[in-house]
Design a protein around this ligand. Sequence first.
Ligand SMILES: [Zn+2]
Length: 274
Amino acid sequence: MSEAILDQGIDYNVTHNLANVYAWTIDFSMLQKNDKFKVIYKEKYINDTVYAGAEPIEAAYFEHNGRPIYAFAYENDSLKSLVDYFDDEANNLRRTFLRMPVEFGRLSSRYNLKRKIRYYGYKVRPHKGTDYAAAIGIPILATADGTVTESTRRGGNGKYVKIRHNETYSTQYLHMKKQNVKKGQFVRQGDVIGWVGMTGNTGGPHVCYRFWKNGRQVDPLKEELPQAEPLAEPLRPDYYAYIDPIKEQLDCIVYPEKIEEDDLLTLNELDGTK
Ligand SMILES: [Zn+2]
């Protein structure tokens, strides 16, 4: 779906940043026609004339499936100057898991225990993974922090990586072209652990994402993924005071009249020399 956003003439970096802000709350492989967003960011110019890229997103509003989700950048921990994105009720938009292991994959096959395949004479061949089709060489990301327990090649799995996140959850990523991590290595959420390929048993390039919970494979799209900590109570009065005028600014942005049903809008706040 990145193309749909890029079609609007938005800087690739803004698209990328927007995808990051909402990576935990919106599955970009399932964008709907009526989804729309507004985003506030600054553009950098050298000597007021030469465009030098976009700054990180300050605030955004994304309406997905009719559900509005606000996002405001806010320093969560002043000591480490950690910036997180929070909604209008101070909930952290981050989850402990990314929604999917590739930035813009297309959901091509869901977890389905009753899947029947013509090739196998319509016998039931359960599919315990969630497939995201993407071009060969697209980076595969760790969906959460953890330790690599397997990085190997085996049978139908092809080249794959498995990561243990805690005593409850592990995730696994199959059919890689090549792995980028070794067994025993600690990875952070969003780290590139390999690249999309078609090793093992697969008809086309995709990553088969397997989500393990207590030793059993479950459907990650049906799991209520654990949420990161909301903003600490003592920080909230300041936070609400900070977001109030920005929220009003977002709300005041109107979508253009000639908008097509799937059109999207951005607002750039021009910034001076940086
Ligand atoms: Zn699969």
